[in-house]
Write a protein that binds this ligand. Sequence first.
Ligand SMILES: NC(=O)c1ccc[n+]([C@@H]2O[C@H](COP(=O)([O-])OP(=O)(O)OC[C@H]3O[C@@H](n4cnc5c(N)ncnc54)[C@H](OP(=O)(O)O)[C@@H]3O)[C@@H](O)[C@H]2O)c1
Length: 266
Amino acid sequence: MTNPNTSKTALITGASSGIGAVYADRLAARGYDLILVARRADRLEALCAQLTKTHGIKAEPVAADLTKDQDLARIETLLASREDVQVLVNNAGIARLAPAAQTSANDALSQIALNITALTRLTQAAVPAFVARKQGLIINIASVLAVHSLPISAIYSGTKAYVLQYSRGLQQELAETGVKVQLVLPASTATELWDLSGVPLAALNKDTLMTTEDMVDAALAGLDQGETITWPSVADASLWDKYDAARAALFASTQAGKPAPRYNIA
Ligand SMILES: NC(=O)c1ccc[n+]([C@@H]2O[C@H](COP(=O)([O-])OP(=O)(O)OC[C@H]3O[C@@H](n4cnc5c(N)ncnc54)[C@H](OP(=O)(O)O)[C@@H]3O)[C@@H](O)[C@H]2O)c1
């Protein structure tokens, strides 16, 4: 049995490759024991063995398909019951990049199931446990496409816009609880996601592509600096402040109770 007084554990989804695997390494280096979740058990086992050896932490592979109800339920139970779990990294995600009309129902719904439903269910499972303990950290991985739609990203952008709004709402709800939510919005990062997405990694402009190590190190530096929303590749941080101020002003102007004068409705 794990002693919650002596161990702190991070549960990372999508840890078998890419960004999630680097989070696993960096959080292990910070002394966290790990629960690593993804479908490819062989990869998770190899990573757990390597991180245990390198960092002297405990690492547990948990094979799960987070688009399947029963697998999600297992991870929910784990999050709700394991007192040592202090960090949840909602990283698992897929992109299927194609015009919406040419996207199969399966490709559309699997993005929604993983990027939205799984992230929501795991967060909802963790929050009450974290709030009861007055501590905890949830890191939600969105994307810069949360604020931008391309002709091939209507569904993917929509799923990431959900992660943005859900995380921003949660941050307000949890402000006084001791539970933190960090929202991370990576730009293009060199991972396996691209070749599976329909847009090969090799087709991207290399100047716009970040390494997974740089992405995660910047996101964790943002966390250490107290950021609640982290744009790892954005040099001018005031751009987000201006965007958010414009959003707030737009919302405030919707509260008028009557049609705008330009519609000429008496
Ligand atoms: N790469 C980018 O340019 C970029 C940019 C912005 C945001 N992001 C976001 O970053 C996150 C990580 O993606 P990545 O770029 O690191 O891609 P990746 O290397 O393909 O990693 C995706 C991870 O999700 C897991 N996964 C996929 N389907 C799953 C399922 N049904 N159940 C459980 N786990 C599943 C994969 O493991 P298994 O296949 O073993 O299940 C893998 O570990 C995603 O949320 C993505 O949207 C990526």
